[in-house]
Design a protein around this ligand. Structure first.
Ligand code: CU
Length: 101
């Protein structure tokens, strides 16, 4: 029974550490997620171009582009970039976009 208790304690501890890490994350990295409407995508290859353009913007952590929805969901560091820079980046790549409200 002692072994089981130790295991449970360890699991609880791991959960607590993970929780603490998750809670403290926004303090040093103010990440924001925006959805961009990219109506100019006409084929399945377009999202690759858009994703590449967005990923090149300094501060962008994640860019998921959906051809079906004609939109891009971008997660970025607010201290390094902003939504305006993102729409400019897609426009420069040939795909004007706008922030979805
Ligand atoms: Cu295309």
């Amino acid at each position: 029974m002692k072994k089981l208790t130790t295991l449970t304690t360890l699991t609880t501890l791991t959960t607590l550490i993970a929780l603490a890490a998750a809670l403290s994350a926004p303090a040093w990295a103010a990440t924001k997620t925006v959805t961009l409407s990219v109506p100019g995508m006409t084929c399945a290859a377009c999202p690759i171009t858009v994703k590449t353009a967005l990923s090149k913007v300094a501060g962008v952590e994640k860019a998921e582009v959906s051809f079906e929805k004609r939109e891009a969901v971008v997660t970025f560091d607010e201290a390094k970039t902003n939504a305006d820079a993102l729409t400019k980046a897609t426009a420069n790549a040939g795909y004007p976009s706008s922030v979805k409200q």
